[in-house]
Design a protein around this ligand. Structure first.
Ligand SMILES: [Zn+2]
Length: 86
């Protein structure tokens, strides 16, 4: 099951049809910016693992996301999560 990892306790939202889930960037500098943006520190309780750690579309601006010809929602390059509730 895919879960959003943003926020101290993780986002409450799990796989919903209206959400898309986006993996962390592979580029180190961008990855660190994401970790900072979601207010978590990599350590014992949180690690970014490829294919396991996602941030859901709730934390991105509408403009940050585009739809591929196949209908998949993807992030534009250089985008950092920026919307957080609470
Ligand atoms: Zn989320």
């Amino acid at each position: 099951k895919v879960k959003c990892k943003s926020g101290l306790y993780g986002c409450l939202f799990t796989s919903q049809p209206y959400l898309s889930f986006h993996p962390f960037p592979t580029e180190e500098r961008m990855r660190l910016l994401w970790v900072r943006a979601i207010r978590r520190d990599e350590g014992a309780t949180f690690t970014v693992r490829r294919g396991c750690t996602y941030v859901c579309s709730l934390h991105f601006q509408d403009d940050d996301i585009y739809v591929t010809p196949k209908g998949r929602r993807r992030l534009k390059s250089g985008v950092i999560p920026s919307k957080f509730v609470g």
